[in-house]
Design a protein around this ligand. Sequence first.
Ligand code: PEP
Ligand code: MN
Length: 350
Amino acid sequence: MDIESILLPGIEPKRPLVIAGPCSAETEEQVMNTATILADRGIKIFRAGIWKPRTKPGGFEGVGVEGLSWLKRVKRETGMYVATEVATAKHVFECLKAGIDLLWIGARTTANPFAMQEVADALQGVDIPVLVKNPVSPDLELWIGALERIYNAGLHRIAAIHRGFSSTDKNIYRNLPQWHIPIELRRRIPHLPIICDPSHIGGKRELIAPISQQAMDLGFDGLIVESHVDPDCAWSDASQQITPDVLDYILNLLVIRKETQSTEPLSQLRKQIDECDNHLMQVLGKRMRISREIGLFKKEHDMTVLQTGRYNEILKKRGAQGVELGMDAEFIKKVFEAIHEESVRQQLIY
Ligand code: PEP
Ligand code: MN
């Protein structure tokens, strides 16, 4: 994917990009009060859910279209960019009409290819940044598929939001982080910005700071955090929302480390590692050459390639040597199994 920056004009390209605001827009007053303080604390992008996907009917399902005019007011009076969640073509049209700056796709929508395609079709050819949350279940392909649907609709300002995955195991999180999944996403689509949502991962206020720090240490590009002027009275996700002041405090404490810190001692040690790796490769190559000679000898003397007694002897001897050198016996076993497998393959083809 040829991803372009999701950064908006006037926003510095520095980590973390922060998006903050309440889980849901509740009243015009709550939206304006929260937005005013967030803007004052330096937040540049405001979030608020207008349409809320709820597990069961009858709960607070969002204020709907009326809330869009409150977001327009936030934009006008604070200068912040505004973002909300869309799940249907109608949501998309309403947001475009209201001049919303960024859209995000919720975890339940990402999990549903029909809904994703409907949203992608409604966005066809529109130039607006879209943030795609991971699906509820730990399914990387489904997440990438949703990103591709948006990309194929001609949108190139795209980012992913990691909001954790539901799990039946007992744990401290509302949604398990399973960091290896966004890490693999980064490996597969290196230029795609990834934003962490510590609010939905943690589910509780006290986990927001440590999860945000972990995300920064893993090189995530931004954070989307739920913030409310009166979190205890929030109409949705009360236990995971923090006041703008607490958010400001947490952001100020974050340590942002650089991915590459080329300090002299580190590069010296890396040079030594490179030399070791070079030796290892030379020795492995030599070992394989000898293996091929053994293969020829066996062929000429009508012997089988696999000589189990010899293989067991190697595993035993090198396992013991490995432990003496401070390595794990299981690790040595794996290494020699892999070397032996390649030796056998070489003996069979030559
Ligand atoms: C939200 O951001 O308020 C939300 C509903 O999140 P998710 O889709 O991650 O559950
Ligand atoms: Mn929420």
